[in-house]
Design a protein around this ligand. Structure first.
Ligand code: HEM
Length: 143
């Protein structure tokens, strides 16, 4: 991720956070509308876990220049994801839905630069999770 992307993400983090509830709601609307199969994955999730996913994305935005802060949180969530059988193919579903939600909620603020930066940043984080989860799935298979 280049420095310009990081700067844009950091600059938009406060506004994304301010509209957090709305972005979260819109994100799940798109996720379940465009990928109804995702509903099954969330059937045992607590109501507040919906918010935690989006909150982590904002925490990520705020700490984009010091990602080590998120290490422990990522580890914990990766284990939860494995227990829920999240797979790499699910990440684009959430990514696409999150980007549509950011675009809808930010309106004029969602310039092409902002949208490109968020796309790059989301998929960078998705890769971190996918790699971590691959390790956990492999460890489990070895037991
Ligand atoms: C970079 C993207 C993602 C981030 C930042 C993220 C973050 C989180 C967080 C913070 C939690 C709550 C953990 C807790 O309870 O403390 C969570 C749980 C969960 N996530 Fe993710 N997540 C991501 C991608 C995905 C994807 C792609 C799916 C599937 C479509 C997914 C499905 C779930 C489910 C079902 C739970 C609830 C697990 C349970 O039943 O306890 N997440 N995620």
């Amino acid at each position: 991720m280049n420095e310009n992307t990081k700067a844009i993400i950091k600059a938009t983090a406060p506004i994304i956070k301010k509209h957090g509830e709305e972005i979260t709601t819109v994100m799940y609307k798109f996720l379940f509308l465009n990928h109804p199969e995702a509903k099954d994955l969330f059937k045992n999730a607590q109501a507040d876990q919906y918010k935690k996913l989006a909150n982590m994305v904002y925490a990520y935005a705020e700490n984009i220049d010091k990602l080590e802060v998120l290490g422990k949180g990522i580890e914990k969530v990766a284990h939860l994801h494995v227990n829920t059988k999240i797979e790499p193919k699910h990440y684009p579903w959430v990514g696409e839905s999150l980007l549509l939600a950011i675009k809808e909620v930010l309106g004029d603020g969602a310039t092409p630069e902002v949208m490109d930066a968020w796309k790059e940043a989301y998929f960078f984080l998705a890769d971190v999770f996918i790699n971590k989860e691959k390790e956990i799935y492999t460890d489990k298979a070895a037991v």
